[in-house]
Each structure stands twice: as C-alpha cells, then as structure tokens.
Ligand binder design. Structure first.
Ligand code: UDP
Ligand code: MG
Length: 348
C-alpha cells in the first residue's frame, strides 16, 4: 500500500491547507464518532478489533471521537484507551454533531487506509476485510457502503431517506452523490487528504467524498438494526443534514426561486392586462377577491424565496466567521505522532 502513500505526497500537497495533520504511521485507521453510545461501545470495540486484526494484524488504530456525550461514553472511551494501545480517544468540547465529530476523527487519524463506521454497529465492521479486497481489486480510492436493506428503521425514516437521496441526486450540480449510502466507507490516504483540504463549515461528508472523485466503487450490504440505544439523529438534526446537503451541493433551490419568480411575473402581467381592460370597460372596484389572492400568493412566494436565499446567506455568514470547526478538549491513548494535530481546527 506504500505506492498509494507516495502518490499522496506528490498529488495532494499542493492543494493542502495549513491544517496540521498527523503523519501516516498505520496501515489502517478506523474512525468512529460516538454520541451517547455507552451501550454500544464494548461490543463495538470487540467487533472492530476482531475485524481489524484479521485485515491488518496489529497495524491499525481505532479512533473513537466522543462528540460531547452526556452519558458514560467518555470515561468508557478513555478506559479503552488505557487498556488497549490501539485506541485513540478524542473528546470534543461539546456536541458538535456527527459530521463534525467525524471530521475531527479524520483529521487526527494516521492510517494509510481509513474506515468510517457508526458506533451503533448498524454498519457491520466485519465488512472491513471484504471492502479492502474490493478496494484493491478495483484499484479504487473509495469503497462506499450502499444499503440494499435497512433493518430496524421506521417506514417514515426509510421513505424520507429514499426520497431525499433521489432528490439530491437529481439536483446536485456536477457531482454524482451515490444513492442510499451513508458515511460507512473505506478511503485511501490520498482521497482523505483531498477531503481534509475542503474548508467548508456546513459539512455533508458523503457528498464531499463523492466530489473528491478518483475511482469510487459501491459495496452493497444490509444495514443492521442498532445494537442498543436509540437513534442520535432526531428529526431536527436530520433536516439540518438534508439542508446542508442540498445547499452544499446544489444551487437549484436558488434557481427554483428565480423560475418561480419568472412564472409569477408572467401571471402578474396577465393580471395587469385583465385589470386594465376591466378599468377601461368601467367595471372596476369590486375585485377584492382577486386582490386578496394576488397579495397572498405574491406574499407567500416572496417569503419562500427569501427563505431560500436566507439558507445560503446563513451559510455564507457561518463560513465568513471562520470559526474553528471543532475544539478537542482531551486526547488519550497511543497518541505518538498526533502532537502535530491542531486541537482547534482553523480554516484556511
Ligand atoms: N453521532 C454523533 N454526534 C451526534 C449524533 C450522532 O457523533 O450529534 C454519531 C452516533 O453516535 C453514531 C453516528 O453518529 O455513531 C450515527 O448516528 P445514529 O446511528 O444515531 O444515526 P442513524 O443511524 O439513526 O441515522
Ligand atoms: Mg445508526
């Protein structure tokens, strides 16, 4: 796998930002964002360890990122780091959200290959071996999990997810974001380095990985039920992720606004002609109904368009603030080489 590491240096360094990353010293990193996952951690550690040993023997690290959990997740992760030299425990200063926690893990990891898994074991870590084989057989840079079946998720979640991925695919500008895949994937270092060079603060990582390009191949699997606990993605977080995805990968909503504007202007012209003809014919005044309709329709469309613009302006504002993406409060475990890591990730 060294040839791909060599490639990384020459290809990617030019576009690299100043964010200090850790040097590549492992064959494999497994990165897991964890938010209130105390019930899953032990099982996760056991299964990931077995899968990683099988694939690369001892030459791996397991990066567990605690995303400001309120339960015993951090003490458990810190304990794992004390007892298992392969574990790197990272604690964020508060709950920054799944995509940001994952970004922190990806920044600090030192592997030549990177495997991203959820803490709840919905995406079986045992697929690591087969996914590495697929990566090598196809000489690919990304192998992404594609959910053929989703177990243990509500009809509502499955239906909205299905609809969402299709909507996103149909309007995303120039990037083919794969259908029905989450962040469960395997990346090479050079793909990761490109991903890490992307400075946006509203992050939809599965889309950003698609944007990176290189050869990306799907890996079909059945998504299991959560091992324990409840989803850490309530509807509000899901909607935010969806909005980040749509605004991050498409300006179609803005265009939609202008199309709506054009269509409504045409209708308005017809209405003006109608009103003038009525006035000339001396049949004016009544028109309260039509007036109300026009006012209501125009008002609501304008509100909608303003809302769409607001979505983008809000993101521009967030980006303009240049706040650090996350703040790490503690790192524990086998941390040699991570000294270069900037615990406050600064953008640009
Ligand atoms: N997660 C996180 N921060 C959050 C929410 C979730 O790090 O604010 C983690 C969570 O611990 C899990 C992964 O993101 O490892 C996916 O969350 P979850 O399984 O609850 O989402 P679902 O599979 O229900 O969509
Ligand atoms: Mg899950």
């Amino acid at each position: 796998w060294t040839e791909s590491a060599g490639f990384t240096e020459s290809r990617v360094d030019g576009s690299h930002r100043s964010t200090a990353g850790a040097p590549v010293t492992r064959a494999l990193s497994i990165v897991v964002p964890c938010y209130n996952e105390e019930e899953c951690l032990r099982q996760l550690h056991a299964r990931v360890t077995a899968a990683a040993r099988k694939a690369v023997d001892e030459n791996y690290e397991l990066v567990l990122v605690d995303d400001g959990s309120k339960d015993a997740t951090w003490p458990m992760i810190a304990e794992l780091a004390r007892t298992d030299p392969r574990v790197v425990a990272v604690r964020l200063s508060r709950n920054h959200g799944h995509q940001i926690a994952l970004s922190a893990g990806l920044d600090i990891c030192r592997g030549d290959l990177v495997f991203v898994v959820d803490a709840d074991l919905q995406d079986p870590p045992e697929l690591l071996g087969p996914m590495i084989e697929t990566l090598r057989a196809n000489q690919a840079d990304v192998v992404y999990g594609k959910r053929s079946v989703r177990k243990g998720e509500t009809k509502m979640k499955r239906a909205t997810a299905k609809l969402f991925y299709r909507l996103l695919a149909s309007i995303s500008d120039g990037v083919d974001i794969p259908l029905d895949s989450g962040d469960f994937r395997l990346l090479t270092r050079r793909a990761l380095d490109v991903l890490r060079s992307m400075p946006e603060s509203s992050r939809f990582i599965r889309g950003m990985v698609a944007w990176v390009g290189f050869k990306q191949v799907p890996f079909e699997y059945e998504r299991e039920e959560r091992w324990a606990g409840n989803t850490k993605y309530p509807i509000a977080k899901m909607l935010r992720l969806a909005a980040d995805a749509l605004t991050g990968f498409s300006i179609a909503p803005l265009r939609l606004a202008s199309y709506a504007g054009i269509a409504l202007s045409l209708v308005a012209i017809l209405l003006v002609v109608y009103a003038l003809v009525g006035w000339l014919a001396g049949e004016a005044v009544e028109g309260w109904t039509s007036l109300m309709i026009v006012v209501l329709v125009m008002g609501s469309v304008q509100m909608f368009v303003l809302g769409v613009i607001g979505e983008y302006v809000g993101r521009l504002y967030n980006q303009a603030k240049q706040r650090p993406l996350y703040i790490v409060s503690e790192i524990a475990g086998s941390v040699a080489g991570t000294e270069e890591f900037d615990p406050i990730r600064r953008r640009n």
